[in-house]
Design a protein around this ligand. Structure first.
Ligand code: AHM
Ligand code: MG
Length: 344
């Protein structure tokens, strides 16, 4: 590790010099994402103070309108990215339809899909939440961007990443050349390189799932989770359960420590809960670039071609050996634990 602090801006310029095929336009788009992240971070860290500082109804003491944080995050990203002239179209988890560039504004070559504030159930409890983003090249050639531009398979992504609002705020991204993490230093307003070239362990001893859904899971998923809890010296089981309930937080911890996050389909929701475009595909790009894997149980997430904007997908993501094991259970190729050894 060098003893010089490197800002996100310096780092992306340096990367651009090493990879001249990356255009300056694209670099500044990534910096715009970082700018929106700083604005959202400012709101997130003050969220608990809204009542203390005397908000009345929907207005705070400065007479400003108090918005729900997820709406604020959505509008901030739209405002920052929507006016740069670099985008053809934007899609957000918070918007039912795509958002095209306003009439009269310059139209760019890129598409951004994002989840403005993921982990919504944790917002009011001061628990980690995140922003997830995915940048794609547009497919159509002229005019404003369309659904076709937004609905592209994950492997077409140029850049993807997330911002984690936590004990420190971090921005982690990949452009297909490794995964790099930056920690926000609020006193200078910069993201500083803190985790260059992140590699995830081949196998980890953490599993993250909402086990409250156990009764609705398929036999394969039940057997897999039962198996994770059995004693086995060779694979280091039983594994530890860790579940924040914010995908970005659970994913980030497992990326660093190794392990698997899963949100399988179940009897009620065969495609699970998570969205392919805004959650699964961008994190799959990051996972793979860190040496990990991401699957829907049978297929690679990056190969899934979305048919609808808010399409959901089952997700198994993390260390490659763990994900491969999960797949073999889901596909019923692994017998797992016999019924008398089942934990329930
Ligand atoms: P959200 O986009 O409404 O926040 O939903 C996605 C979140 C993920 O962050 C998290 O992993 C998952 O939903 C938690 O779901 P559950 O509460 O069913 O465990
Ligand atoms: Mg979400």
């Amino acid at each position: 590790m060098s003893d010089r602090a490197v800002t996100l801006g310096q780092f992306v310029l340096q990367q651009e010099r090493m990879h001249p095929e990356a255009s300056g336009q694209f670099t500044s788009l990534l910096l715009d994402v970082a700018l929106a992240a700083k604005m959202i971070n400012k709101a997130v860290i003050r969220a608990g103070l809204v009542d203390v500082l005397g908000a009345t109804g929907t207005t705070n003491v400065q007479g400003e309108k108090v918005q729900k944080l997820d709406v604020f995050a959505h509008e901030t990203i739209m405002r920052v990215l929507g006016s740069t002239g670099q985008l053809a179209v934007i899609a957000s988890e918070e918007d039912e339809d795509i958002v095209q560039v306003t009439d009269g504004m310059p139209i760019g070559r890129y598409v951004v899909n994002f989840d403005p504030l993921d982990g919504s159930s944790n917002i009011d409890a001061n628990v980690n939440i995140g922003t997830i983003f995915s940048i794609l090249p547009r497919l159509t050639r002229t005019g404003r961007g369309t659904h076709e531009d937004v609905l592209q398979a994950g492997r077409r992504q140029l850049c993807a990443g997330y911002v984690l609002y936590g004990s420190s705020t971090m921005l982690v991204y990949t452009t297909g050349d490794g995964v790099h993490g930056f920690t926000y230093e609020p006193s200078i307003g910069e993201f500083l390189l803190s985790h260059p070239n992140i590699k995830t362990p081949k196998r980890g001893r953490i599993y993250s799932a909402n086990e409250g859904n156990y009764a609705h899971w398929s036999e394969g998923v039940k057997r897999y989770v039962d198996w994770l809890k059995c004693d086995d010296a060779e694979t280091g089981r039983p594994y530890s359960a860790r579940y924040v309930g914010s995908l970005v937080a659970d994913f980030h911890r497992n990326l660093l420590y190794g392990g698997i996050y899963m949100y399988p389909g179940d009897k009620k929701n065969p495609n699970g809960k998570l969205r392919l475009l805004y959650e699964a595909a961008p994190l799959a790009f990051v996972a793979e670039q860190a040496g990990g894997a991401a699957s829907d149980g049978t297929r690679r997430i990056m190969d899934l071609a979305p048919a609808a904007l808010h399409q959901r997908t089952p997700l198994f993501i993390g260390s490659p050996e763990n994900v491969a094991e999960a797949q073999s259970f889901v596909q019923e190729k692994h017998a797992g634990v016999t019924s008398d050894r089942r934990t329930r």
